[in-house]
Design a protein around this ligand. Structure first.
Ligand code: F6R
Length: 611
């Protein structure tokens, strides 16, 4: 998804912007560009492809000044190309705009501008903003941007600069993320915190409908109609090193290895040793609302939806509340019934996923209480929800979600215990036991991280590494593990992989089993273990290559399996949090061995801010 960085101050804008854009690479992009105001002119360099290409062009054509904006584009309107890449300009190339989002009425705006004689250079929706700002410009960029945005419908985060105002950076947002960073005699704009962490921790989270006029020593915020707005300056406590790889070849591998600590962070302050109580004050749900809740709706996309499935199984089993789980993209278009006393739990790492946001808006207008599970603090999902459980997983840079998934599952476990206790369906002793199980998870994850030899060996084995496709099977609590394991493998290694409930195997997928098909079977100890073994035998009988995930000490599964990944004994309802780790590692090493771009898989974006 597009990334924006802007700078005003004494440093080289190109250096700051390029460093920031590199930090935003995780968002996914296909082209990039930078524009700088200096020495009475506005100049720009753009390129198709990776940022190193833009770096190369900037060496040939350096840009100097004190004010600049840059952008990484992920195409929505018009193919990836240099002409469609941002910044976009007015006719005289005196005003430059970078934009993330989609202008929904851009065709009408474009037609109206064309009727006024404006000629467009690109196929983008963004270019309309540049021409609109020019149309309303009368020597005050801030005023012109506010006026232009009154004509615009849709989602945007924008940065705008003008040749004639070398000391002013204007930024605005509606629906797409944007922050302003405040430094000493300098200021920044960016789509996300990692882009500017190196320079400042003081941040303004610009809200929907707000426009900000930024100079090196101050800022002013108004809504698009000119009403003043006050925003609190927040101090970001993310560790700068978190945005670097810390010696790992890829962010994804680093993030997999962070998971023992991430789970500790998700639990931190919410449960205490020997305690039977969970503390989730930010969820902003009263005891009465929890007691009166008749239905829970979980909405999410992709991996977060798999975490939602773990949540559904936990909540129904232990808190005895019916749970509806839906893909946000389906929920928003299917006219859902929201009975009174419904709590919606959206799940989103980025907090900016367009479909999830829209599902929230629909549920809110139909009367649901919305409490979300979110990683990014201050994100749109967090702000549009009544309450939140922050995951505290830290920035996730690799496009494939890993630590966000396990922390989302952990957040669901916490919520389940809280809900069950409040509703009187779980006693103190059981709550204490469940909390103790949760607190053991980090060391179980650490054990897997310390014992990766079999995973690495298998990932290098041609029968897995070079497979055309793979099947993942699981039952009960580990059905979502099968879905998530398959998603991890397919999205980063490009091996076609499907996750199935093992009980569904005879209803279709068994037809795929041959001596060339790896079938990953999650068969950890628990209620469904025997059933999984039967499925495994059926696959072996058809010569399928069984790769089992089993509990340490289970030697009996070896004769039925080509290979086994062991995980420590675990309370079955929480086992998906542990089982995820070998499946992530396996996908990672297979993809790395196939030479894939693990952190930025093709066609994928980290933060899906358009539907
Ligand atoms: C897969 C993955 C995606 C995201 C999905 C939702 O590894 O990362 O499937 O889970 O795009 O994103 P968030 O959680 O940001 O709403």
């Amino acid at each position: 998804m597009c990334g924006i960085v802007g700078y005003i101050g004494d440093k080289s804008p190109v250096e700051v912007i390029m460093a920031g854009l590199h930090r935003l690479e995780y968002r996914g992009y296909d082209s990039a560009g930078v524009a700088v105001v200096g020495a009475g002119k506005l100049d720009c360099v753009k390129s198709l492809g990776k940022l190193k290409e833009l770096d190369r062009k900037l060496e040939e054509h350096p840009l100097h000044g004190n004010l600049g904006i840059g952008h990484t584009r992920w195409a929505t309107h018009g193919a990836p190309s240099e002409v469609n890449s941002h910044p976009h300009f007015d006719k005289a190339k005196e005003i430059a705009v970078v934009h993330n989002g989609i202008i929904e009425n851009y065709q009408e705006l474009r037609a109206a501008l064309q009727a006024e004689g404006v000629q467009f250079r690109s196929q983008t929706d963004t270019e309309t903003i540049a021409h609109l700002v020019r149309k309303y410009y009368q020597g005050d960029l801030f005023a012109a941007v506010k006026r232009a945005l009154q004509d615009v419908e849709g989602a945007y985060a924008i940065g705008v600069i003008c040749k004639d105002e070398p000391e002013v950076l204007v930024a605005a947002r509606h629906g797409s993320p944007l922050i302003v960073g405040l430094g000493e005699n300098e200021a920044f704009i960016a789509s996300d915190v990692p882009a500017i962490m190196k320079y400042t921790r003081k941040v303004l989270y610009i809200d929907n409908g707000q426009v900000c006029r930024i100079t090196r020593d101050g800022y002013k915020i108004e809504d698009i109609h000119g009403n003043p707005v006050q925003l609190e300056v927040k101090t970001v406590d993310w560790d700068d090193a978190a945005a670097e790889k810390e010696g790992y070849p890829h962010f994804m591998l680093k993030e997999i290895h962070q998971q023992a600590n991430v789970i500790r962070n998700t639990l931190r302050g919410r449960v205490h040793e020997g305690s039977d109580e969970v503390n989730l004050p930010d969820m902003n749900i009263s005891v009465e609302e929890l007691k009166g809740c008749e239905k829970i709706v979980i909405v999410a996309c992709g991996t977060a939806w798999h975490a939602g499935m773990v949540g559904k199984y936990l909540i129904e089993k232990f808190a005895k509340v019916p749970v509806e789980l839906d893909l946000a993209s389906e929920y928003r278009y299917r006219d859902p019934i929201v009975p009174p006393h419904t709590i919606m739990i959206p799940v989103s790492q980025s907090g900016e996923t367009a479909d999830t946001l829209e599902a929230i808006r629909i549920a809110k207008t139909r009367g649901a209480k919305v409490a979300s599970i979110v990683n990014v603090v201050g994100s749109s999902v967090a702000r549009e929800s009544h309450g939140v459980i922050y995951q505290h997983a830290g920035p996730e840079i690799g496009v494939a979600s890993t630590k966000a998934y396990t922390s989302q599952c952990t957040a669901f476990a916490l919520f389940t215990i809280w809900l069950a206790e409040v509703r009187g369906v779980m006693g103190k002793a059981q709550a204490r036991e469940m909390i103790a199980h949760l607190r053991e998870i980090p060391e179980k994850i650490q054990w897997i991280l310390d014992n990766q030899e079999d995973i690495k060996r298998c990932a290098a084995d041609p029968k897995y590494r070079d497979a055309q496709s793979a099947l993942y099977l699981g039952r009960g609590y580990n059905f979502p593990s099968a879905l998530e394991g398959a998603l991890k493998l397919k999205e980063i290694s490009y091996i076609h992989a499907e996750g199935y409930a093992a009980g569904e195997m005879k209803h279709g997928p068994i037809a795929l089993v041959t001596n060339e098909l790896p079938v990953v079977c999650v068969a950890v100890n628990g209620d469904t273990y025997d059933k999984m073994v039967s499925n495994i035998q059926e696959i072996r009988a058809r010569s399928g290559i069984v790769l089992s995930v089993a509990t340490v000490g289970n030697e009996a599964i070896r004769p039925h399996s080509e290979d086994v990944f062991y995980v420590p004994e675990c309370f079955e309802p929480f086992s998906p949090i542990v089982v995820a780790v070998p499946l992530q590692l396996f996908a990672y090493y297979v993809a790395a061995n196939r030479g894939c771009d693990v952190d930025q898989p093709r066609n994928l974006a980290k933060s899906v801010t358009v539907e």
